[in-house]
Design a protein around this ligand. Sequence first.
Ligand SMILES: Nc1ncnc2c1ncn2[C@@H]1O[C@H](COP(=O)(O)OP(=O)(O)OP(=O)(O)O)[C@@H](O)[C@H]1O
Ligand SMILES: [Mg+2]
Length: 505
Amino acid sequence: MSENTYVLEAHNISKTFPGVKALDRVSLSLKAGEVLALVGENGAGKSTLTKILSGIHQTDPDSGGIYFDGKEVDFRNSQDAKSHGLVTIYQELSLVRGLSVAENIFLGQLPRTKLGLIDWKELNRHAQEILNELGLEVAPDEMVGDLSISRQQMVEIARALSQGTKVIIFDEPTSSLTQTEKDILFRIIRSLQAKNVGVIYISHKMDEVFELSDRILVLRDGKNSGGLVTKDCNLSDVVHLMIGRALDEFFHKNKATKGKEMLRVEGLSKNGQFENISFAVRKGEVLGLYGLVGAGRSEVAETIFGARTHDAGDIYIDGEKVVIKDTKDAVSLGMGFVPEDRKAQGLVLKMSCLNNMSVAKLRWIKKAGCIDFVAEQAIFDEYKQKLSISTPGAHQEVSKLSGGNQQKIVIGKWMSLSPRVLILDEPTRGIDVGSKSQIHSLIAELAEEGIAVLVISSEMPEIMGVSDRIITMRAGRTSGSFEGDEITEENLIRAIAFVDAEAAS
Ligand SMILES: Nc1ncnc2c1ncn2[C@@H]1O[C@H](COP(=O)(O)OP(=O)(O)OP(=O)(O)O)[C@@H](O)[C@H]1O
Ligand SMILES: [Mg+2]
């Protein structure tokens, strides 16, 4: 056994869920001080492997063993794994919102005074030390519930660092981080590496994988598909192992003739969030809303859809001024919305895939007062195929799908409604590189069907690829509008970042 080189080894791990063989004799090894990227299509088994390594799931009986720090282990739960020095940072956070930052960092190991009381002074001092090390400007006594999602995630990392960790697994950690926060995270990962911590890094963002990792392990349909040394390979090597073919570079460009204005927003303002936002989207047009995370794009989109209130400004649908009090109003006006945070806003996790997909459409497919099950199934089948959703069946509970496949269900749900206006907020977050282009093509097809589409994205290639026209936002205001030849990387970067003009004024 190679105890001295590998901090973590897993041999022939299998995991069967009812109807799904999620992992089939998968093996993995990780050296101390190494960053191993774990990649694969949606549903390939990455999160399942993570959950097995950290004790949340148990392996099938015919599996081989897991060796941690040279000893065979059988972690019973995540706490057990943690106390041995293996920590996982999930995209779904596990903090206690009603406790302070410092309390969360030291949860379960709060320092005590001689009298057995919590030593607040020591607690806050030590927490501050860790926060400083991370370069995080968060006060130890701040309530976690008051922090943004990204800052909460940093607190989770701080918590992991407080515990003498030997291996940290990150499962898609950057999807809700700003660029600055991502830089901080990457710096932290490098310093972990320097401290001989082993890191497993799961991401669909290939630029991150190439920037961070020493080796890449690819899973495909629950099996080992291959391993690569990062510096000796390129993107197409990885993609080939992931999907067994070259990437579909071909962008289906929207060919629709643009019709009349379907959505118009005039002077939309909300104190402290965004100010004086005006734009219009025409029938058959894809308008991109581009900016940095935190620029106010999602707030604007949620306001249009009636999920937030505004202080001033008007919204017009199909030329008529409308009052949208809540999301129900928006839906009955013919709007659809694929939200950024699918877990909180897009899905009923305990319901089946089928029901989640058709819930918005039920009103349309009701026949004489009862649900038309045949029509419901047909919708599901159509979008399962169009979006290549991987699920053992229509009746699978949606919480049991992989993250990316959950996202596809939300997209399918709104696409199936053929709304007049469709807003998509970060539509390919968590979606694998192979499926991305399918979703881009579908967006173009929707526009060609005559839908006015508003797409929000933080990814430049995505926004440039799908949009006919792009509006940029910066710090709550629109900062530019680009069409045709004006859509260049340079113009976009200039428009979303604080540069020249700002500095001069
Ligand atoms: N608790 C569960 N019950 C039943 N099936 C599950 C459960 N968890 C995962 N699966 C299934 O196991 C397979 C692997 O899922 P997993 O979440 O590991 O994929 P992933 O590689 O993390 O994908 P993604 O990139 O979309 O997050 C999928 O088919 C998924 O539907
Ligand atoms: Mg996953």
